[in-house]
Structures are given as structure tokens and as C-alpha cells.
Design a protein around this ligand. Structure first.
Ligand SMILES: [Zn+2]
Length: 490
């Protein structure tokens, strides 16, 4: 018996010692609910849409409190200033840069929320968190690396150079500015902030990869050194928050080494670099919820760097994050009957919609992006059309002026098989939200279902029109569609 108790006692001591050894010095982790509360209190209300240019953010940079040091690092090709904002008095240097791709602004919005947060009162419930960050970190932000691209809401700069392939060649002033910012500051940690398209999913699931992450490789062999390992641990910490807030909506980006990219080279130059890619989330076209997620995970990461909390995680936690895949459609219609040259068959129809802009107003255009067996795909919206067949729409070619279109007229036409309606020349190019294809002149819409065509057709069941698909949006003809969608008079 004595030996038994002695053995139990030794086992207990071993366990305590083991726990003590593996426990990092600072185990405090931020509560996800606190991160969400911080966002709610400090959101920058002057930005509500993801398309904006330098003029929108200039006052938000130039009118900051003295907690931030504002510096113009240089100018874009078209002469727009590229700013950095510096905050904190600590020793650990962290560089965060956003929007080197002009149409990838989700994290930029979150940075302005974060600036508001960092300037918050020294007496509110986040005061300790703020002073932990301020006392331990020296933060430098470059909120908009590519202001000329942002002006046009396009990926590349005005030289048509992809800045994220210009880390080595240095053909662009914007690329030179970013490289010099790194060389001058020599950050220990770097955050490379981007957007990806909304069709990425967490592999093997229908869930969009709302946030994708990567600790970029620094060589072809994708080895892990202490620099990259730190980035992996920080990402694992961000993933903890995301899995609580949006379970399953996280993907790990492919880590093939890209010798021209900034992230890969930052890692190589000795900065522990984290890539954040903002993807899609249902019913969030302006990415305002994803902006909140960015705020939460960046604030969490800054706290973990300041407190050493990222040491709670290991590389395995990082590798456990599912890979990114690209298997999403906006609308996936399954098993619909159709025929080609009288040959009858069933097909799935994968539809994707792109955003277009006219004078700053967003409208959409649908496209049949795939056709055939799409059983490996998922849809933000899916319809099993078993028992239904494709049916073309008809054209109403008596001119109706846009201003004379009423709810009952428009929906009456659609429900009776008239999908395309002729309108006056004066309406051409106008953006409208009717569930119809409006055209002027003699160019009638084709309304032919098939690969790479505009998705405009009916689904018929037992000889009755059951659904309409207009510009890639599914409309249940037994109900009035609830979601308006913007398109142009052709
Ligand atoms: Zn990008």
C-alpha cells in the first residue's frame, strides 16, 4: 500500500512539474466577447462601404490624436501620399500594411476602427489592454499602400504592376516605399493585409473561408525557422478567436513559395509575417462583418505579441487549420433537365456574380461559370431542381419607360414568362433593381442558358413556371423576391 501511495504522489508531482514547465509565463488570452465589444465601441462610422479612395481616408489619417505619429513615406505614381502612422513606446516592432491591392480594402477599414480603439480613454474597461500594447509594442501602420489602385478599385497600380510581385524588382514607387519602410523599421512582426475572392471555402465543407491565413514560406522547401514558427503560433491564436466567432469559416492559404511576393520576402528578411485574406460571408457584400473579424483578430494578435500569449500555441495548431479550396458558387442549381439538339440530359448550373461599378454605384452581373456534374461544388445558395426543366424567357417588345414600370407591372410580366422588356433609349445605361432584363434598341437579350452565358432563364415544373433566374439571382415565383438586385439597362 505504501509503495502505491508513494507512486501516486510521485505521479502527482511529475504532473505538476510538467504543467509548470509547459505553461508559458503569460497565459492570459483575450475573450472573444471582449474583442467584439471593443469593435462595437470604436467602429469608424464614416466608412460603410468597401469602395473608397485616398480622399476618404486622408482626414482619418491627418486628424488623428497625438498618440499617433503621421509620416508621409512617399508618393504613388499619380502623386497620392502614402502614409504611415506610428503608435506605442515599446520595444517589439510590428509593421501592418494594407491595400497593396487597390480593391482589397476590408482590413483597411478595420485599421481605422483599431486606431479609434487605440486612442480610447485611459479609464474605460480596455485601458489595461491598451497600455499593455502601448508599453510593449511599437506599431507602424501603412493603411493604403496602393492609393491609385484604390481610386479605381482595381488590384494593380496605375503602371499595371501587381505590387505583390514587385518586392524584388522594385519597378513601382509604391513597392519601393514598402520595401524601404521594412528596411528602415526592421519589424519583428509583419501583417500583410489582403482580400481574396468570395469563392474560397474551407476544404471539404460548404463554409466560405471568410478569413484565410498564411505564415508564408521563406524558401522553396517551405522550411520552418523560428521566424516563421512565431507567425504560425500567432495565426493559431487568431484561429482560436475565429473558431469561436465563425466556426469553420477559416482556411489556410497555400504556402508555395512566391519569390516575388512581399509576404514571402518579409519572412525571408527576418520579420515574422502573417497574411490575412478576407474572403466572403453570406449576405455581407460590403464585407462589414468581415471587417469586424479583422479588427478582432488583429487586436487579439497585438495583445498576444505584447503579452507573449502566442506561446500558448504551437505549429500543429496552425497545420490543423483546413486548407483553402475554391469550390463555391453564388448560386448552385442541381439536377435540372435540359436538352441540346434534342438530346435530353440533366445538368447542374454553377452561377457566379461579379460586382461592377458605375459612378461609384455597385451593380452586379451574373455568369454561368460551370455546367455539368458540379457535385464537388457548394453554393452560398443551392436549389435542388429535380423534376424541373429549363425554359427560356419571352421578350416584351412594346416600349415601357423605366419610370412607368410599377411593382405590379414588372412582377406580372416576370410571372407570365416575360423576362426581357424593351425600354426607351433614354433609359439606356441606367441602373435599376427590377427582376427583369431591360434593354433599349434592337439588341434583345439572348436568354440562352449555357456555359459562360448570362444566367437568365426559368425553371419549369409540371408545365408551370416555378422559379426565374434573372442576372444570376434566383426568384421564387410563388413569392415576391425579397432581395433587390442592381443591374444596368442594356
Ligand atoms: Zn491581395
Amino acid at each position: 500500500m505504501t509503495t502505491y501511495y508513494l507512486f501516486r504522489l510521485m505521479l502527482l508531482i511529475c504532473l505538476i512539474l510538467f504543467q509548470a514547465c509547459r505553461e508559458p509565463q503569460n497565459t492570459a488570452l483575450m475573450e472573444t466577447a471582449d474583442l467584439a465589444e471593443a469593435y462595437a465601441g470604436f467602429q469608424e462610422n464614416s466608412i460603410t462601404e468597401r469602395r473608397f479612395g485616398y480622399n476618404k481616408i486622408a482626414p482619418l489619417i491627418n486628424n488623428r490624436s497625438s498618440a499617433f505619429e503621421n509620416q508621409v513615406l512617399g508618393y504613388s505614381v499619380e502623386g497620392r501620399p502614402i502614409h504611415s502612422l506610428t503608435f506605442g513606446e515599446g520595444e517589439i516592432k510590428v509593421l501592418l500594411w494594407s491595400q497593396m491591392h487597390g480593391n482589397e480594402s476590408t482590413a483597411t477599414m478595420a485599421l481605422f476602427d483599431l486606431f479609434n480603439f487605440l486612442e480610447g480613454s485611459s479609464t474605460d474597461k480596455f485601458a489595461d489592454l491598451r497600455s499593455t500594447i502601448r508599453e510593449n509594442l511599437l506599431l507602424r501602420f501603412i493603411p493604403m499602400v496602393n492609393p491609385d489602385g484604390a481610386e479605381r478599385f482595381q488590384r494593380r497600380n496605375v503602371q499595371d504592376i501587381d505590387l505583390n510581385r514587385d518586392a524584388i524588382r522594385q519597378s513601382s514607387p509604391e513597392g519601393i516605399i514598402l520595401k524601404e519602410a521594412r528596411d528602415e523599421f526592421e519589424p519583428e512582426f509583419g501583417f500583410n493585409l489582403h482580400d481574396q475572392n468570395v469563392y474560397y471555402n474551407a476544404q471539404g465543407t460548404a463554409l466560405p473561408a471568410t478569413i484565410s491565413v498564411l505564415a508564408p514560406a521563406y524558401n522553396e522547401a517551405r522550411e520552418i525557422n523560428p521566424v516563421r514558427s512565431r507567425a504560425m503560433k500567432l495565426i493559431a491564436g487568431m484561429n482560436r478567436v475565429l473558431q469561436e466567432e465563425v466556426p469553420g469559416h477559416v482556411g489556410k492559404y497555400n504556402d508555395t513559395f512566391e519569390p516575388r511576393a512581399f509576404g514571402d520576402n518579409f519572412q525571408k528578411w527576418g520579420t515574422s509575417t502573417i497574411l490575412i485574406e478576407s474572403g466572403g460571408y453570406p449576405d455581407d457584400p460590403e464585407k462589414q462583418y468581415i471587417r469586424k473579424l479583422n479588427f478582432m483578430i488583429i487586436l487579439n494578435a497585438l495583445y498576444e505579441i505584447a503579452s507573449g500569449g502566442y506561446e500558448n500555441f504551437n505549429e500543429d495548431d496552425y497545420f490543423a487549420i483546413p486548407d483553402n479550396d475554391s469550390k463555391l458558387m453564388d448560386l448552385l442549381i442541381k439536377n435540372v433537365g435540359t436538352e441540346t439538339n434534342d438530346y435530353s440530359y440533366r445538368t447542374d448550373i454553377g452561377i457566379r456574380r461579379s460586382d461592377l461599378y458605375q459612378e461609384g454605384i455597385r451593380y452586379t452581373r451574373g455568369n454561368v461559370s460551370d455546367w455539368g456534374d458540379l457535385s464537388v461544388y457548394y453554393g452560398y445558395q443551392e436549389l435542388d431542381a429535380e423534376g424541373m426543366v429549363l425554359s427560356p424567357g419571352k421578350v416584351w417588345d412594346e416600349e415601357v419607360a423605366l419610370e412607368d414600370l410599377t411593382d405590379s407591372l414588372a412582377w406580372g410580366m416576370l410571372k407570365n414568362g416575360y423576362m426581357a422588356v424593351k425600354t426607351t433609349e433614354a433609359d439606356k445605361g441606367k441602373i435599376h433593381e427590377w427582376p427583369l432584363l431591360l434593354y433599349s434598341g434592337d439588341m434583345k437579350p439572348a436568354m440562352k442558358a449555357g456555359l459562360d452565358n448570362n444566367p437568365d432563364f426559368y425553371l419549369e415544373k409540371d408545365g408551370k413556371l416555378r422559379y426565374a433566374v434573372v442576372n444570376g439571382f434566383l426568384i421564387d415565383l410563388e413569392k415576391q423576391a425579397s432581395a433587390p438586385f442592381l443591374q444596368k439597362v442594356q
